[in-house]
Design a protein around this ligand. Structure first.
Ligand SMILES: [Zn+2]
Length: 125
């Protein structure tokens, strides 16, 4: 790296050149605290978005895994232990037609769409 810790560098937010504080030993990426805050906000936003997606993926993956375990252990896939919330889907028919995994995905997607709509409705009282 051709980085001089005492040299000037561009701020990663406003792109203005600045001289980093010597006490920060080259870790400083922004010229002033406002830019520092902005950088932090952007990083958090990015992290949150990514994490939300990871969380959702894990949730669905876990459900599919559970269903597979049930199937391989010879038990009939049963969704009856799950709380069927508002969209009561004809799960038995869907499972019979498509199989347990697509059924879970369908259930998941429907739940997502409905909760998304509910959020919207709550936003406009
Ligand atoms: Zn800046």
């Amino acid at each position: 790296m051709a980085k001089n810790s005492r040299g000037r560098r561009p701020c990663s937010i406003c792109r203005k050149w600045f001289t980093p504080d010597v006490r920060q030993k080259g870790r400083q990426k922004t010229c002033r605290s406002a830019c520092q805050k902005e950088l932090h906000r952007r990083q958090c936003e990015k992290w949150n978005r990514k994490n939300k997606a990871v969380c959702k993926n894990n949730y669905l993956a876990k459900k599919l895994e559970e269903a597979e375990e049930q199937q391989t252990s010879g038990n009939l896939p049963s969704l009856s232990y799950q709380k069927q919330t508002k969209p009561v889907l004809p799960m038995e028919v869907i499972i019979a037609e498509y199989g347990i995994k697509p059924a879970i995905i369908i259930q998941y997607l429907v739940t997502q769409v409905i909760s998304h709509n509910n959020e919207k409705i709550q936003g406009f009282p």
